[in-house]
Design a protein around this ligand. Structure first.
Ligand code: ADP
Ligand code: 5GP
Length: 201
């Protein structure tokens, strides 16, 4: 990744329905390219097995999250899954990266993508899409981390989120994890991809 101090870096925002594989694709990308810089969100939700504090998320209390909002430390934040918890994007690390001419990757929900677009109109929005609705249901159920009523609520949200695909600058279909991660990397580095300009499978 080259740095150009005269040009602001590219802010790439990855969004898509719950269970489509956003965190898996980001994890794969970080495994393949450990130098890749990724924004670590603050969240009030419980840490899941295998997640590392400060790497996957910064896990904070509701009081600490309130303080971050009050002190304007978050570029955007949202109530996730109709208020079950809150997650937000810390402002300073991203501002520093972009000012240094380096790219930054952020993974957020649909509200987050819209709010980041409003805050930074030059942001490049990438929608991660499932190969099919059936594949999405299978992934969300198969992850096994949520109770059935939570899965049902997330699928309702997912239907709304799939309809928002046209608001995005590019679509990456997550059929194969490694291919999706490589397509995303090309978009982060602003390189041409071999497929059609709009959809990268
Ligand atoms: P999200 O972050 O979008 O909510 P996750 O990354 O947690 O989604 O993925 C949801 C489930 O789908 C996980 O069990 C994950 O292992 C699985 N998954 C992700 N990508 C793929 C893929 N390309 N093929 C098959 N399963 C996948
Ligand atoms: P999970 O809690 O399962 O990791 O993620 C739930 C949802 O929260 C996902 O859609 C994820 O993209 C979104 N999310 C994670 N971090 C942020 C953030 O900082 N801001 C916003 N708006 N959404 C986030």
């Amino acid at each position: 990744m080259t740095s150009d101090a005269n040009r602001r870096g590219r802010l790439v925002v990855l969004a898509g329905p719950s269970g489509v594989g956003k965190s898996s694709v980001v994890h794969e990308l970080r495994r393949l390219y450990p130098d890749l810089w990724f924004s670590v969100s603050a969240t009030t939700r419980e840490q899941r097995p295998g997640e590392q504090d400060g790497v996957d998320y910064r896990f904070v209390t509701a009081d600490e999250f309130d303080r971050m909002i009050k002190d304007d430390e978050l570029l955007e934040w949202a109530e996730i899954h109709r208020g079950i918890h809150r997650s937000g994007t810390p402002r300073t690390p991203i501002e520093e990266r972009l000012a240094a001419g380096l790219p930054a990757l952020v993974e957020v929900d649909l509200q987050g993508a819209r709010n980041l677009r409003a805050a930074m109109p030059e942001a490049f929005l990438v929608f991660l899409s499932p190969p099919s609705w059936e594949a999405l249901v299978e992934r969300l159920v198969g992850r096994g981390t949520e109770a059935p009523e939570v899965v049902a609520r997330r699928l309702r949200t997912a239907r709304e989120e799939l309809a928002a695909q046209s608001e995005f600058d590019a679509v990456v279909v997550n059929t194969d994890l490694t291919s999706a991660a490589q397509d995303l990397l090309k978009l982060i580095l602003d390189k041409p991809v071999s497929n059609t300009p709009e959809t990268h499978e």
